[in-house]
Design a protein around this ligand. Structure first.
Ligand SMILES: Nc1ncnc2c1ncn2[C@@H]1O[C@H](COP(=O)(O)OP(=O)(O)OP(=O)(O)O)[C@@H](O)[C@H]1O
Length: 257
């Protein structure tokens, strides 16, 4: 399997605190990996280092064997390393379709003046509509983004990330802040993207059922270090992970199945 993303001794210190501590990580292409760990374990900081929002104190990030350290997060996205948009990146006063169309347009590097040509405009809209279909938001395409529910906004962020057509998707807690009823819909969206088979997906999540169901592998962080990395079954059975983090979850899971 080809490694698409790799870190070597990736480390960041905030004052005296080491939030990410010499992480060596390898991500095979088109795989689905989840990152779990207790609050403060360093998961989001690890993502920020990969996406370029933070510079490491030490260590390297490689995307397709290219050292990413000198590249900004915008440059990394252009190269194919994409981080999900935060709700704050969505234009609240534009429609759902317009938001996705802008993301498609930015990927295709088409400036506003160039889309006066109607066929160009139509092809951008078609691509945006396809993505809205994929994330099950097509019926809301004319709704103003600020009117969407929280769960729908998260789906919009995913559509905007897909519009950039990056090979790697970094999804940081896509179900955060959602009501219980909204969770299955986002799970379905992520499953559909996985089933297309052409994206490498790295997911931070706390919802164990979701992680066990979707992941090819799971990395467990604890105090900024990798505590374990393996298949869902290996992680659930790992005694160290049990003691440090999962507690009785594995027994509960067995009892349920
Ligand atoms: N910019 C910062 N300045 C100082 N400390 C920071 C900064 N960012 C993160 N930290 C600290 O680094 C540690 C790791 O934080 P991080 O947010 O990465 O954890 P996490 O595993 O994502 O947690 P959660 O599950 O709660 O989101 C925490 O102790 C946090 O307080």
């Amino acid at each position: 399997m080809t490694t698409i993303l790799k870190t070597e001794n990736l480390t960041i210190r905030f004052g005296g605190h080491i939030a990410v501590d010499h992480i060596n990580f390898e991500m095979p292409e088109n795989q689905f990996k989840s990152i779990i760990g207790p609050n403060g374990a360093g998961k989001t900081t690890f993502f920020n280092l990969i996406s370029g929002e933070l510079k490491p104190t030490e260590g390297k990030v490689y995307f397709k064997d290219e050292d990413m350290i000198r590249f900004s997060s915008v440059d990394r996205t252009r190269k194919g390393l994409g981080r999900s948009f935060q709700i704050t990146n969505v234009f609240p006063n534009l429609s759902v379709l317009e938001n996705v169309r802008i993301a498609v347009q930015s990927k295709e590097k088409i400036r506003y003046q160039m889309i006066r040509h109607i066929s160009k405009y139509t092809s951008l809209s078609q691509k945006a509509e396809e993505l809205l279909g994929l994330v099950r938001l097509y019926s809301k395409k004319h709704v103003i983004a600020s009117q969407l529910s929280h769960g729908e906004k998260r789906k919009l962020e995913i559509a905007m990330l897909l519009a950039l057509d990056t090979e790697v998707l970094l999804l940081d807690e896509p179900t955060a802040g959602m009501s219980l009823e909204e969770v299955p819909a986002i799970l379905e969206v992520i499953r559909r993207i996985k089933e297309q088979g052409n994206k490498t997906i790295l997911l931070i999540e706390h919802k164990m059922d979701m992680i066990l169901d979707l992941s090819d592998s799971i990395m467990v962080l604890f105090n900024g270090k990798v505590l374990a990395d393996g298949t869902p079954i290996e992680i659930m059975q790992n005694e160290m992970v049990q003691n440090a983090y999962l507690g009785g979850l594995y027994d509960e899971h067995i009892a349920k199945s």
